[in-house]
Design a protein around this ligand. Structure first.
Ligand code: NAP
Length: 370
């Protein structure tokens, strides 16, 4: 297939740089446009600080960063890693101009017309994009907004999706969240080093409690009905570079055995795996048998950061079942999540058409890169 030209809003931040990394040599998408704040606009991307250990892809380094109001120059498909202070209005402006915005930001996640998507969990919710396009009309019918959840929510939702057949009814979750989740430059070092901060601002706990219910809700062709269970969350910041840990206690109405819970997590698979989407992990949930796993340092980057990890599944004397889960917050919780969303959109024929230009490496068949 011909490559689809894509742009990155907020290309200079923690998540934006991960987009640049993950999109290098992507079989379907080609980065042709970058935007960020007035601080970065007008500069070549390789004049700005690159903070990842892998080299900056040269073709992207040569691009000049655009300001957010250069809407007319933007390609048809945009990934958004904008700070939430500007993402809300900016994403609407791009969608109104016929761009499809696949966003990480929190601003539109709970909008009743916006799909909040994890391709393994609720691929059918993409049907809401058609409802959104009809509701807005105008150039929006060629674009729209699709979001991925908060970086800790995605870990919780993947676990609960794998256990959905056992009918979750109550969930308690405590997170230990990595520093990269706060963006750059993030948490001051004197606050973070050797410490646990028992509060994350910006409504982090509410995001886990509400987004999870939308993600596991039912789409009836017109709207989403939230899942009928309750989630209570406590979120903490810990001095870990990458990887959010979620310690979960879960009540399951069907009362399966522990072995059945482990088997359901281990065997979980969904549409991205069936379609072999380029960024889909072969196993969305990796079960760890050792009592000392999963660990952020050892496990978060496995499979290019796309699987969610699970371990220590055991009885809970209060809710019945408890476990430890882990996900790479900047990849599976952010840039990788949005990229997988865009791949599902493209595979279902819901993303803008390809540009018609072709490069030799684009002839490569789409195979899993993870
Ligand atoms: P970040 O490192 O602070 O990057 C923010 C980006 O937004 C930068 O590119 C910045 O451009 C741009 N920006 C800030 N103010 C702007 C303005 N007034 N106009 C235009 N652009 C502006 O943040 P991040 O961690 O990458 O997060 C990006 C988004 O993803 C946020 O909405 C965040 O909540 C969400 N998210 C983050 C994570 C994570 O683990 N980090 C996970 C899930 C979701 P300049 O460099 O030019 O200032």
């Amino acid at each position: 297939m011909n490559p689809i030209d894509v742009g990155i809003l907020g290309a200079t931040g923690v998540v934006g740089q991960q987009f640049v990394r993950l999109l290098e040599n992507h079989p379907w998408f080609r980065v042709t446009w970058l935007a960020a704040s007035e601080r970065s606009a007008g500069k070549r991307y390789d004049e700005l600080a690159w903070r990842l250990p892998s080299p900056l892809p040269a073709p992207v380094g040569a691009l000049r960063v655009a300001p957010l109001d250069a809407i007319g120059d933007a390609p048809p498909l945009l990934f958004s890693a904008l700070d939430s202070s500007v993402a809300g209005e900016a994403e609407v402006a791009f969608a109104s101009a016929g761009r499809l915005v696949v966003s990480n930001a929190r601003n539109h996640r709970m909008d009743p017309l916006v799909p909040l998507l994890i391709p393994e969990v609720n691929p059918d919710h993409l049907g809401l994009l058609d409802v959104q396009r009809r509701a807005h009309g105008g150039d929006w019918v060629n674009g729209g907004i699709v979001t991925n959840p908060n970086c800790a929510t995605i870990v919780v939702a993947m676990v609960l999706a794998a256990l959905r057949q056992f009918r979750p009814s109550r969930v308690m979750v405590t997170t230990l969240q990595a520093l990269s989740g706060a963006g750059y430059p993030g948490v001051p070092s004197l606050d973070a080093v050797g410490n646990v901060i028992p509060y994350i601002g910006g409504g982090e706990e509410e995001k886990i409690e509400t987004e999870t219910l939308k993600l596991l809700g039912d789409f009836d062709g017109g709207s989403i009905r939230n899942a009928p269970f309750v989630v209570s969350a406590t979120t903490t910041r810990v001095p870990v570079p990458d990887g959010h840990t979620a310690i979960m206690s879960i009540e399951l109405a069907a009362k399966p055995s522990i072995d059945d819970v482990v088997a359901a997590l281990d065997g979980f698979t969904s549409e991205p795996q069936a379609r072999a989407l380029p960024t889909a992990p072969p196993k969305p949930v990796i079960m760890h048998r050792g009592q000392d796993r999963p660990q952020p340092r050892l496990d978060a980057a496995i499979g290019n950061g796309m699987p969610v990890h699970c371990g220590r599944v055991r009885p809970c004397s209060i809710l019945g079942y408890k476990l430890v889960a882990l996900g790479h917050n900047v990849v599976r919780g952010a840039a990788g999540a949005a990229l997988l969303n865009a791949e599902l959109l493209a595979a279902r024929g819901m993303s803008p058409a390809s540009s018609g230009r072709r490069r030799t490496e684009d002839a490569t068949p789409s195979v899993s890169r993870t």
